[in-house]
Design a protein around this ligand. Structure first.
Ligand SMILES: Cc1cc2nc3c(=O)[nH]c(=O)nc-3n(C[C@H](O)[C@H](O)[C@H](O)COP(=O)(O)OP(=O)(O)OC[C@H]3O[C@@H](n4cnc5c(N)ncnc54)[C@H](O)[C@@H]3O)c2cc1C
Length: 223
């Protein structure tokens, strides 16, 4: 369990806010890239101090639930978008989906110095390294905007011979990023442009209708 504080806040696109947190305890953050995620603790309105569980194992959940409601912080899951170990800076990308949801609202109001807590949950993206078909096969990566940090990190960390079809749904065309991908990656940006639509549905519908390679993907990541 690590503590840090907000260092920088910047608007990344129409719907995404980038927040960099930093602090000496992040010396112990073991960055693994890809879709590495963590529990993210932040203060509720009215709490002047951030109190987080102290156990560095899964028992933190019991500790958390036993905290009096008035002292218990909010807790959500976020992706380690990038990390600079030399300066202990961790970048997080928040979907700004409104002021009334705790984490989204927190990100929209965040200021340098705000305290946060981090409990590393590790990586789930784990494509096979051997027993691949001739040609190496291909991967399928699908997600909405809350999975965009993970999918962009996966693409950035992938080998240059990666072959993949990527379906990335975002709220608006203004959320589409300039992303350099290997030649074998086909990146389908899918702007939803409908604030009432269920996030992720467009990506799934597009995937179902898509013309994909005849052989099955060697690895699929859907989030
Ligand atoms: C492994 C993992 C990694 C994740 N990484 C990230 C990340 O890097 N960045 C990120 O922004 N999210 C990420 N998420 C998703 C994030 O944890 C949830 O969206 C979280 O619920 C947001 O908390 P909140 O307090 O803002 O909203 P909540 O109070 O938890 O949700 C309230 C309501 O807000 C709405 N809502 C939630 N998310 C969205 C959305 N994306 N678009 C529109 N409406 C929404 C829903 O109606 C929901 O019922 C990740 C989730 C997982 C499981």
């Amino acid at each position: 369990m690590l503590t840090a504080e907000v260092l920088r806040v910047r608007q990344l696109s129409a719907s995404m806010v980038g927040i960099t947190v930093s602090g000496p305890e992040l010396e112990h953050f073991e960055y693994q890239g890809a879709d590495q995620c963590f529990r993210f603790f932040f203060r509720r309105p009215g709490q002047d101090v951030l109190r987080i569980p102290t156990w560095a194992h899964d028992g933190w959940i019991a500790q958390y639930m036993l905290m009096p409601a008035s002292k218990r912080p909010y807790c959500r899951i976020y992706t380690a978008r990038s990390f600079r170990p030399e300066s202990h800076e961790l970048d997080i990308e928040f979907v700004a989906h409104g002021d009334s949801s705790p984490a989204s609202g927190w990100a929209l109001r965040a200021e340098p110095g705000d305290q946060v807590g981090i409990f590393d949950e590790g990586v789930t993206y784990n494509p096979p390294a051997d027993n691949l078909p001739v040609g190496g096969g291909w991967q399928l990566l699908v997600g909405d905007e809350s999975a965009m940090p993970a999918i962009l990190s996966i693409l950035e960390g992938s080998p240059s011979d990666l072959r993949a079809h990527v379906f990335l749904e975002v709220p608006h065309a203004e959320d589409i990023r300039e992303v350099a991908v290997p030649d074998g990656v086909v990146l389908h940006w899918l702007p939803r442009e409908d604030d009432r639509a269920i996030p992720g549905r467009l990506a799934l519908e597009t995937l179902v209708a898509a013309e994909l390679p005849a052989d099955s993907p060697t690895y699929s990541y859907l989030a």
